[in-house]
Ligand binder design. Structure first.
Ligand SMILES: [Zn+2]
Ligand SMILES: [Zn+2]
Length: 375
């Protein structure tokens, strides 16, 4: 069939919105008509080459935070049928590999196929340019497309009356941020928590820390709008930089330093991680959720303090969450009014306006932009 998608044709060029050819789903695959796709910073990293080697290069369909309606299932798919509503997990959960079996589906072995951009199981492509070139997929899903074919492992079935235009954000940003606080940082009632970077991920880390009972949630971001928004999501303090947070460390944390520091910047850096590390107190967990460039070979932390203060630096992927449990769970918390999602969506766009949406993200205007597809 023919459909339309936003394609990365060349690094550092705008997304090209174009017609593509899409094959029917094969074994264990599903054809999904997209309803909505979040515009996450990681697609920007794919576009600028910062995560080259982790995701396929051009030509590639972007997008990894989406939700839609099943149109057709391939053979072997017996738990989904046309008309079912699904949220995609940007990391699939096969349910069979050691990580999935151990309750860490965020590290599912199917991650190993990310860089190829092919279908997860047979290494071939379903998406092609009109002139016959194979198109890679961002995170095995490619949500910047009106239709896509994905492996069933990427699909989480949700109730049909749940709003997919909001739930799409559960596929990356909400779960990643919330889980960074609740699972990776293991925020406890009364903790002092700092969240560094308050975009789509950080706002949810703030929300998760507040929900877990933190005493102080300091939101650190250079953009005033994001600091204001963070206060709405449960922050108790806001600082424009880590240097400012360090100046106020005594009065904010009773001279203890933060128990949890969660790094959720647009792009991490060795220097920033060092600053975040220094905000942590004794036995602090420093959670690294933001991506560093694949070209950055080292981190910069004063190692003596690892020992002397028993600090811990912890990597966090997809919020250390289990999507089959956590996507429905967070969706229900949203429906109960306990988790904010509406407030994350600053603006919606059509697929044709995708570059406008990314310009706004670069300018710090959006917590999250969301593409709504014609229905
Ligand atoms: Zn993302
Ligand atoms: Zn798995």
């Amino acid at each position: 069939m023919r459909t339309r998608a936003a394609v990365l044709r060349e690094y550092n060029q705008p997304w090209s919105v174009e017609e593509i050819e899409l094959d029917p789903p094969k074994h264990n695959e599903v054809l999904v008509k997209m309803v909505a796709s979040g515009m996450c910073h990681s697609d920007e990293h794919a576009l600028d080459g910062h995560i080259a080697g982790l995701v396929p290069g051009p030509p590639m369909i972007g997008g990894h935070e989406g939700a839609g309606i099943v149109q057709e299932v391939g053979d072997g798919v017996d738990w989904l049928e046309p008309g079912d509503h699904v949220v995609f997990g940007f990391i699939p959960a096969c349910g069979r590999c050691p990580s999935c079996a151990d309750g860490h589906s965020n590290l599912c072995d199917l991650l190993a196929t990310f860089a190829d951009g092919t279908q997860a199981l047979d290494g071939t492509h379903r998406h092609h340019t009109l002139d016959g070139k194979d198109l890679g997929l961002m995170c095995l899903i490619g949500t910047f497309s009106e239709h896509t074919v994905v492996n069933e492992a990427s699909c989480i079935k949700v109730d049909k009356d749940w709003p997919l235009d909001k739930g799409c954000l559960l596929g990356c940003g909400v779960v990643t941020g919330w889980g960074s606080a609740v699972y990776s940082a293991d925020v406890q009632p009364g903790d002092y928590v700092a969240v560094v970077g308050c975009g789509g991920i950080g706002a949810n880390a703030v929300q998760g820390a507040a929900m877990a009972g933190a005493r102080v949630v300091a939101a650190i971001d250079p953009v005033a709008f994001k600091r204001e928004q963070a206060m709405e999501f449960g922050a108790t303090h806001a600082f424009s930089s880590m240097a400012e947070a360090m100046e106020k460390l005594g009065e904010t944390t009773w001279d203890r330093g933060y128990d949890k520091v969660i790094m959720t910047m647009g792009t991490g850096s060795a220097e920033a991680l060092g600053q975040g590390f220094n905000l942590g107190g004794k036995r602090a967990k420093i959670v690294v959720t933001n991506l560093h460039s694949t070209s950055e070979g080292t981190i910069n932390v004063p190692a003596i303090m690892l020992t002397m203060m028993e600090k811990q630096v912890i990597g966090s992927l997809f919020g250390s969450a289990n999507i089959r449990k956590d996507i429905p769970r967070l969706f229900e918390l949203y429906l109960q009014g306990k988790l904010k999602i509406d407030e994350l969506i600053t603006k919606t766009y059509t697929l044709d306006q995708i570059n406008e949406g990314y310009d706004a993200m670069r300018n710090g205007e959006n917590i999250r932009g969301v593409i709504l597809f014609d229905q």
